[in-house]
Design a protein. Structure first.
Length: 274
């Protein structure tokens, strides 16, 4: 008998012995020869072994309807809301820690930012020239209101005109002291924006629907004037943006719970199935 045949017989005997021990230990694994190839026969059957797939949508209504139509009474499901990404994932065949299912049938909801909110986020922490800021405000005029300070409003069209016509004035003061043994020179240059006749907005109010199917809300934007260069520029920052984002996430979760109406438990967080 050839040596290769003897080795093959010995390997088969060892594999059978190992598999018998694994079965006795109730282990969900099996020893196979190194040359073995596993073939999935499911594509050749008339039906799948089970339903699996991922439904994706940007509509809360469509997401809720899919959950209602596909949740099973005999299998526990779960919905998880990612507050940072404004996304939700519902797993229809989740099961529980005692009876865990495969978890490969799910629905994913991703709220879409509106064009207005995207434009506002692009403006945050940016520096714009007079022309760029004025044109941006003209583009989004229906969403904007201006304030000279927190208590005083400023007509938005006047605010745009004043931004276009802002001028920089510089004043210098120099002192000179002479003595027999020393001399002192000091200089002070002050740069101010001329806004007495043309007041500039210190704050902009931007009102929009941030995500489709959420409520309209107002964002306060602080406007700062930069005078360090030859031409003035404006620095803009959304005030308490993180708090606004937390509030939107809570609103999203509340709307989702109402739409699903208890058919799937809703939890704030993410789930990564292994």
């Amino acid at each position: 008998m050839e040596k290769e045949t003897i080795v093959h017989i010995a390997d088969d005997a060892a594999i059978q012995t190992i598999n018998k021990q694994l079965i006795d230990l109730d282990r969900c694994v099996m020893a196979v020869p190194e040359s073995a190839k596993i073939v999935d026969l499911e594509p050749y059957f008339d039906l799948r072994r089970r339903f699996r797939g991922t439904f994706k949508t940007e509509s809360i209504t469509a997401f809720a309807n899919y959950c209602h139509d596909n949740v099973r009474e005999d299998v526990a499901a779960g919905c998880y809301v990612d507050s940072e990404r404004m996304q939700a994932q519902a797993v229809m065949d989740l099961g529980n820690p005692h009876v865990a299912h495969h978890g490969d049938h799910s629905a994913v909801l991703s709220l879409k930012k509106t064009a207005a909110y995207s434009a506002l986020l692009a403006l945050n922490e940016s520096t714009l020239s007079q022309k760029a800021l004025a044109e941006w405000m003209e583009d989004w005029l229906p969403h904007l209101a201006a304030r000279r300070d927190l208590e005083t409003t400023l007509p938005i069209t006047q605010a745009i005109a004043n931004i276009r016509h802002v001028t920089i004035k510089a004043t210098s003061q120099r002192d000179s002291v002479e003595s027999n043994y020393s001399s002192t020179r000091s200089g002070l240059e002050q740069i101010d924006a001329d806004s007495e006749q043309r007041p500039l907005p210190a704050f902009l109010e931007f009102t929009c629907i941030p995500y489709h199917e959420l409520e309209e809300r107002t964002f306060m934007v602080r406007v700062g004037l930069l005078t360090g260069n030859d031409n003035p520029a404006f620095r803009l920052r959304i005030i308490q943006l993180e708090q606004q984002q937390e509030d939107m996430a809570d609103e999203f979760a509340g709307i989702l719970k109402g739409a699903i109406d208890g058919s799937v438990p809703v939890t704030i967080g993410t789930l990564n199935l292994k």
